[in-house]
Ligand binder design. Structure first.
Ligand SMILES: Cc1cc2nc3c(=O)[nH]c(=O)nc-3n(C[C@H](O)[C@H](O)[C@H](O)COP(=O)(O)OP(=O)(O)OC[C@H]3O[C@@H](n4cnc5c(N)ncnc54)[C@H](O)[C@@H]3O)c2cc1C
Length: 449
């Protein structure tokens, strides 16, 4: 039943040789929650960028426990095993007029992984994060007991598990609440903005719009720092569609399946090619300014349109940097971050800015806080790692934090500065439930969680 595999997150760095076994759908597990190993972690579909879903002792791979168990069309409550992917939920339920309340930027995450990271979407300002739309979970705890947890039952354990990066136990099943939609289309408005202040003004003026996100040109300098393309969106009603789409409002347009066949040479993404790409992308966005409709797959998951796109960064892999900055300090901190990035002549074509609403303080390791979040990819190099340490200083000084689901290199000091007293609460709960020695990952060891 167990085997060995070299595993990594989506960033393909770090890589570790891990003993692996499939996550079982039912308890008790032979040999306990670690299947007899010294410790274990559950891995969903490995779409976190760094090392939270890696444990050389034992990594339980969750995607085979992927049955959908029940659906209540009266409430929209869907019960699934933890390994079900967002893409599987969308394939079955979107054509029937149901949609998850929160979707991250990839549809290839599993239910267990999305709860484990408490993922957020382009609507955090009005819908919160994934954990706000989960009715209950069944959690296999360190003592081998399976516990039903929710905001009413075993609430502290539930709150610690949402965003707890698999460190409180194995989620075996969950009930998530879906919402109604009237079509597979999004009414989108594309707004090019020349700088950061204008971008933040548009976000602040559009709190009533369900979805908002900005592609930001992280290499733009001077007065153009923060120039962006903002994409506002709402689920479209059939009346807003043209006749052809209205005839079958849930039919998605055919899409060519693209894939990155090989690792790109590491010189491919450099300051010149990135600046040229960003220039062209911004110009193209300016030409598309205004209102239109776009299918939900293109609006929510543009990156998923190219399979294995992470090979674009070459064999060494890449690191994603995602920070959240409090509203009061966000503007100045974002300008400092952008300045440091363009000064270093490093950056990425993939830089995303989102407005976040109030966080969930009852969930100790849940990432979102009220303010702004910036996410950027950097091809792996010692220069990039030095820059990321410098970005940490700016983030910490602004009272911000980094996202564990994207992290592969932050220090314990940066982590503790970002999560503060809630972290002590989380560590205490792990000690009380016996989870500290049982559930571990390469990340939890690096950060002493
Ligand atoms: C292209 C791309 C875009 C993304 N955009 C966003 C975004 O917009 N917003 C956002 O929030 N995230 C985003 N992410 C991150 C992603 O949604 C999360 O990392 C999510 O957790 C991935 O799900 P997974 O099943 O692959 O989890 P994994 O990476 O396998 O695991 C994530 C964490 O959950 C834990 N876990 C997994 N399964 C279980 C289980 N059954 N029981 C207990 N713990 C478990 C793991 O131990 C690990 O700590 C993006 C990722 C990619 C690749």
């Amino acid at each position: 039943m167990t085997s060995q595999a070299t595993l990594s997150g989506w960033g393909r760095w770090p890589r570790r040789t891990c003993r692996t076994a499939p996550l079982l759908a039912e308890a008790p597990f032979p040999g306990g929650p670690t299947l007899g190993a010294a410790s274990a972690i559950t891995r969903g579909n490995g779409r976190s960028y760094g090392d939270p879903a890696l444990n050389p002792d034992m990594t339980l791979t969750g995607t085979r426990a992927n049955r959908m168990l029940s659906f209540d069309p009266g409430t929209g409550d869907l019960v699934t095993e933890a390994g079900v992917l967002m893409s599987e939920i969308l394939d079955i339920f979107a054509p029937r007029g149901w949609f998850p309340q929160v979707v991250p930027g990839t549809k290839f995450g599993s239910v267990g992984g999305m709860i484990g990271s408490d993922v957020h979407g382009k609507n955090h300002h009005c819908a919160g994060s994934f954990g706000d739309h989960v009715n209950w979970i069944d959690l296999l705890c360190a003592d081998g007991e399976l516990r039903r947890c929710s905001s009413e039952e075993n609430a502290e354990l539930y709150n610690a598990t949402c965003g707890g990066m698999g460190l409180t136990g194995h989620i075996l099943a969950a009930s998530v609440r879906l919402r109604r939609i009237a079509s597979a289309w999004i009414a989108q408005e594309t707004i090019p903005v020349p700088d950061l202040d204008t971008a933040m003004g548009v976000f602040e003026a559009n709190h009533d719009t369900t979805y908002s996100v900005a592609w930001i040109d992280c290499l733009a300098r001077g007065d153009s720092r923060g120039r962006s393309l903002i994409y506002l969106g709402d689920h479209a009603d059939p009346e807003a569609l043209d006749r052809e789409k209205r005839a079958d409002p849930f039919k998605l347009p055919a899409r060519r399946k693209l894939a990155m066949p090989l690792d790109a040479p590491s010189w491919a993404l450099n300051a010149l090619t990135l600046r040229a790409f960003n220039q062209a992308y911004y110009k193209a966005g300016c030409r598309k300014a205004g209102h239109g409709v776009v299918d939900y797959d293109s609006y929510f998951f543009p990156l998923d349109s190219i399979a294995n796109w992470n090979r674009l960064y070459g064999a060494p892999g890449f690191a994603q940097y995602q920070c959240a900055l409090p509203l009061a300090t966000a503007r100045d901190a974002l300008l400092d971050l952008l300045e440091a990035i363009s000064e270093a002549r490093l950056g990425s074509f993939l830089a995303v800015l989102k407005r976040m609403g109030p966080g969930a303080p009852e969930r100790p390791l849940s990432f979102p806080i009220e303010g702004y979040t910036l996410a950027l990819d950097f091809p792996l190099s010692s220069r990039a790692l030095t820059l990321l340490d410098c970005l940490d200083e700016i983030t910490v000084a602004a009272g911000g934090r980094l996202y564990l689901a994207k992290d592969s290199r932050m220090t314990q000091r940066t982590f503790e500065a970002g999560y503060g007293p809630a972290l002590d609460q989380f560590r205490a709960l792990r000690a009380e439930t016996g989870a500290t020695d049982v559930f571990q990952s390469v990340q939890s060891r690096r950060l002493a969680i």
